[in-house]
Design a protein around this ligand. Structure first.
Ligand code: KG4
Ligand code: ZN
Length: 346
């Protein structure tokens, strides 16, 4: 058997310090140190707090990852690190660490794209992609529809305002739920009726097809949800939280799946990967399984632990870059907070 590269993946774009080690697309070890609890009382990520937490966690997390599988740093064949998008101070910690390892060990450095990594990680779970795939990446920071064809990534659409998870977190705050609100709304939605409240579906009209067929917009929905809560409050009505959460979640899942299916049909793609923290959402998963199955689409969603930010997705992106012969990054590579998904290796 061919010697598969041993790749160290480092992720520090937001509040998770993720480190993983893979042998080709086989995951050997994956560790995450999260600073989410330190941000909870602020109701959102505080960049400076996140950077400091990365700085404290990164060394020990790398050491623990290597020690758990008895690998020495010198055995690593390549280092993959998130170059962007993300919080610039957080990215800088991972990049500085990865560059130091690459320089000291004289091994190639791949500064990879975080958003694309959310899709590429699925190859560790369900095997290498067999041809082009349509990727729906949904998280607290991004909502993008991409085509990944070997080393080439094209973007069909993205959110024009809030990301799906971001809209959930903002509505969660209105409901008085702890941060991040997404998983709490998901839990409440399970006991509700998604048809109870008719929330708007944005950019779904025929006139949107020409310019925004594959773009998303969730801020109008968020405002509609806020108004609905206000009206209920003003009228002294008790909010049926289950129905409210189910109807709100249902509107998001409806738009995400409908647009993804339309894109797959238009481009003749048979395989869809869903990734990003929001892909943990129950209604999205259930609706995708139902609708994609009915449309003959092969659906790949990694388990939840690979959907939230982690080092495995970055190691997988590094392996993907190696497999497809992409050139490594230069050692003067900088963090790019808005790295476009079309750039797989910066
Ligand atoms: O990918 P991720 O860990 O971090 C970002 O890059 O943003 O995604 C976190 C986002 C948060 O907005 C969180 O509320 C949302 O994903 N999320 C969920 C669920 N689990 C996580 N939203 C809805 N339902 C869930 N089950
Ligand atoms: Zn992410």
């Amino acid at each position: 058997m061919r010697h598969e590269p041993l790749v160290l993946g480092i992720e520090t774009s937001c509040d998770e310090t993720g480190v993983a080690l893979t042998r080709g697309f086989t995951l050997l070890q994956d560790r995450v140190a999260s600073s989410v609890a330190e941000h909870a009382r602020f109701g959102g990520i505080v960049p400076e707090v996140a950077s400091r937490a990365h700085l404290e966690a990164i060394g020990p997390t790398v050491q623990a990852t290597l020690a758990a599988v008895g690998v020495r740093l010198a055995d690593v064949d390549a280092i993959a690190v998130t170059a962007g998008p993300g919080l610039v101070g957080s990215l800088a910690v991972g990049l500085a660490t990865a560059k130091a390892y690459a320089l000291a060990l004289d091994k190639p450095l791949f500064g990879v794209n975080h958003v694309v990594g959310h899709a590429l990680v699925d190859q560790l779970v369900h095997g290498p992609f067999d041809g082009p795939v349509l990727a729906l990446i949904v998280s607290g920071g991004h909502s993008s529809l991409l085509v990944i064809d070997g080393p080439h990534v094209t973007q069909l659409g993205q959110t024009l305002d809030d990301a799906a998870g971001e809209a959930f977190d903002k509505v969660g705050r209105l409901l008085g739920l702890p941060y991040p609100g997404g998983p709490h709304i998901d839990a409440l939605a399970r006991s509700g009726n998604p048809a109870a409240i008719a929330f708007p579906r944005a950019l779904m009209r025929p006139k949107d097809q020409a310019t925004h067929a594959y773009d998303f917009s969730f801020s109008g929905l968020k405002t509609a949800a806020a108004r609905w809560l206000e009206a209920a409050h003003d009228a002294g009505r008790e909010v049926p939280v289950g129905d409210f959460a189910a109807s709100f979640s249902g509107a998001v899942a409806d738009v995400l799946t409908a647009k993804t299916i339309a894109a797959a049909r238009e481009l003749g793609l048979g395989c869809v990967v869903i990734g990003g923290g929001f892909s943990a959402n129950t209604q999205l998963r259930d609706l995708a399984a139902e609708r994609f199955g009915a449309n003959g689409l092969d659906l790949r969603i990694p388990p939840v632990r690979f959907c939230t930010d982690n080092g495995a997705m970055i190691a997988a992106a590094g392996v993907h870059a190696l497999v497809h012969g992409l050139a490594p990054s230069a050692l003067d590579l900088g963090a790019d907070s808005s790295l476009p998904p079309t750039v797989l290796v910066a």
